[in-house]
Design a protein around this ligand. Structure first.
Ligand code: CP
Length: 315
């Protein structure tokens, strides 16, 4: 059980909470691998997926997770809903609450939007990415993939390279990996590193070599073309040549290192195709970790809802 109504970020997640999510997610991942896709932990519950931004992985894996758990799922594409007629987020939330939704999974371009929704609705709110703030379930699925490979997160050197400034994935990973005892090294052009990350515990590197040397995990982040202001770097070609990771650079990491990327990947920009398709790449495995982690979060939040409904008595 997670003693929270919502999962909005990992900035305040404890090691116990993260461990509980990863332990249950590992069980779900093993069960899915064995072909089990019909469970009943969320039978009778309604999960609404409300996305104001594009998505492939997060949207489909949340929907899959809810369905595997036996919930009824509803999909709202903001462009096709009354949002396009000017309805506010708060009024959309009130409508979904009146329909007795149990969970709302929201992606929104504005940082903090899920916090506003969570304050407004009785439903549990799960942040599926808010602006450049956080993407908690992405970091949890990254950590599940790491923990499955290494058996632990403690002491790992995780090198994150790419568009860190615009990355909610980088922030959620930094918060949670530090909580779990890993070390986070970051490298990007100065223009793509926000100030203050070192104060949050990241080691800001001055070269790719420094970031990758003896790393356990090499994580590429997408250059977010839709969020770039002109002048962050000269061109994608120059970015790839000076900041991207190829197989020669990957060889600086530990022999049993793994490669991660949250997707979607700009092939040949942040990582070469040789790295994306390398035997050390776990990018495809991350996708299954995503379904399992989202199942675990929904289950643990639902247990708390049931606990509260029963007046705080465990069933
Ligand atoms: N990693 C991630 O959030 O991917 P999508 O944008 O496809 O959901």
């Amino acid at each position: 059980m997670l003693e929270r109504k919502d999962l909005l970020g990992l900035i305040d997640a404890t090691a116990e909470e993260i461990t509980a999510i990863l332990d249950l997610a590992q069980q779900y991942k093993d069960r899915i691998k064995q072909g089990e896709k019909k469970m009943s932990y969320l039978e009778g519950k309604t999960v609404t997926v409300l996305f104001y931004e594009n998505s492939t992985r997060t949207r489909t894996s949340f929907e899959q997770a809810a369905k595997y758990l036996g919930a009824t799922t509803i999909n709202i594409v903001a462009g096709n809903s009354s949002v396009a007629k000017g309805e506010t987020l708060v009024d959309t939330g009130k409508t979904l609450d009146a329909q007795k939704n149990d969970f709302i999974i929201m992606r929104h371009p504005m940082g903090g939007a899920p916090y506003l929704l969570a304050k407004t609705v009785r439903a549990g709110v799960l942040n599926a990415g808010d602006g450049i703030n956080e993407h908690p379930t992405q970091a949890l699925l990254d950590m599940l993939t790491m923990r499955e490979h290494f058996g632990t997160l403690k002491g790992l050197k995780v090198a994150i390279l790419g568009d860190i400034k615009h990355s909610r994935v980088a922030k959620s990973n930094l918060f949670a990996l530090k909580t779990m005892g890993a070390e986070v090294y970051m490298y990007a052009p100065q223009t793509l590193i926000p100030t203050g990350l070192d104060k949050l515990g990241a080691k800001i590197c001055s070269s790719r070599e420094e970031a990758l040397d003896n790393a356990d995990v090499v994580m590429g982040l997408r250059i977010q073309l839709e969020r770039q202001q002109a002048g962050n770097f000269p061109s994608l070609g120059e970015y790839a040549a000076n900041y991207g990771v190829d197989e020669k650079l990957l060889a600086l990491a530990k022999p049993n290192a793994i490669v991660l990327h949250p997707g979607p990947v700009n092939r040949g920009v942040e990582l070469t195709s040789g790295v994306i398709d390398h035997e050390q790449s776990r990018i495809e495995d991350q996708v299954l970790s995503g379904v399992a982690v989202r199942m675990a979060v929904l289950t643990l939040l639902n247990e708390y809802r049931e606990y509260q409904k029963n007046g705080g008595n465990k069933q």
